[in-house]
Write a protein that binds this ligand. Structure first.
Ligand code: SAM
Length: 183
């Protein structure tokens, strides 16, 4: 049965929310860098836009056409597709990021494998997630369940364990966790 696209319904609101963690992401992702960045589950491109000047090219991959439609096509390259099967060749991107989207994907392990596959050797993959170990995020998780959003939050340790290869690190502050995987 086709799933209701919750994000298409709120896409225009989402596009108005500024990404507030640019400086942390910039430091963790070691930006600027020469080359391409892939923003998986990038939605309206609000995170990509904040990082756009720090790389040569940004590509957004998202399953929600409604979210992608709100992204500025002249500066970001939107591609409609799921993280479980990314339509890119192996080792295509210097940086791969996924912000606030891992808990929404259908299959965590396949998404992790795909994001690592399209990352270039020497590149960095950064997954930013609400930190489910904190009380506030537990409440958000409950609210998303009540809204039938099929969210499934993982702890930073569980996210790290999705990756069998690569160097891994966790950074956490103020209810947000970043898992960084180097290839
Ligand atoms: C909470 S929004 C975050 C969007 C963006 N990263 C941001 O921070 O503004 C989650 C996004 O993940 C996307 N998404 C959900 N499942 C996905 C999947 N399997 N593959 C790619 N994108 C997915 C949704 O369509 C939505 O745009």
């Amino acid at each position: 049965m086709p799933q209701f696209d919750h994000f298409a319904a709120i896409a225009s609101l989402y596009a108005c929310v500024t990404y507030s963690k640019t400086s942390v992401m910039r430091e963790i992702a070691r930006l600027p860098v020469k080359g391409s960045l892939l923003d998986v589950g990038g939605g309206t491109g609000r995170v990509s836009l904040a990082l756009r000047d720090l790389v040569d090219e940004v590509v957004i991959a998202d399953v929600s056409f409604g979210m992608l439609r709100q992204s500025p096509r002249s500066t970001l390259k939107p591609v409609c597709g799921g993280s479980e099967s990314l339509p890119f060749a192996d080792s295509s991107f210097e940086r791969v990021i996924m912000v606030d989207a891992l808990h929404h994907v259908l299959n965590h392990a396949e998404s992790a494998r795909e994001m690592f596959r399209v990352l270039k050797p020497g590149g960095l993959l950064i997954i930013e997630e609400p930190d489910i170990r904190t009380f506030g995020v537990k409440l958000i998780a409950l609210a998303e369940k009540l809204l039938l959003m099929r969210s499934h939050f993982l702890t930073p340790d569980q996210i790290m364990k999705l990756f069998t290869n690569g160097e891994k690190q966790i950074h956490a502050e103020d209810g947000t966790a970043w898992v960084v995987v180097g290839k």
